[in-house]
Design a protein around this ligand. Structure first.
Ligand code: ZN
Length: 113
């Protein structure tokens, strides 16, 4: 049962497609489009603590140099500058945030249904 499926991104039909979850539902996408989108998304959403939005959940993609935050941790910046971490069930006070997050990269957490 090898039919070809239309890639929602480039519109061409391929036999080798992946199903991905998007905000508008499950879609099929070909390999080359998937690679393009993934690299674009990583660059677009990747940021540091300096440009975090308050109250928004971010996922750690590159751990901090001294291991305070690990890859996959979910963190949130509070209005007083405290950085809280779900996995550690704790937080870093604002005056220590810049030291504790050296080298860390994060991206906005995308909600998946
Ligand atoms: Zn495609």
């Amino acid at each position: 049962m090898m039919g070809s499926i239309k890639c929602y991104w480039c519109g061409s039909s391929h036999t080798n497609v992946m199903m991905i979850h998007t905000l508008s539902g499950d879609r099929f996408i070909c390999d080359s489009c998937l690679i393009r989108i993934k690299s674009a998304e990583l660059n677009k959403d990747s940021c540091t603590v300096a440009n975090m939005e308050i109250g928004v959940t971010y996922r750690v993609t590159v751990p901090s140099h001294h291991g305070e935050f690990r890859c996959g941790d979910h963190i949130r910046l509070l209005p007083d500058g405290t950085l809280e971490c779900d996995e550690a069930a704790g937080w870093i006070p604002s005056e220590n945030v810049s030291d504790a997050t050296i080298g860390m990269k994060i991206r906005k957490e995308v909600k998946v249904k």
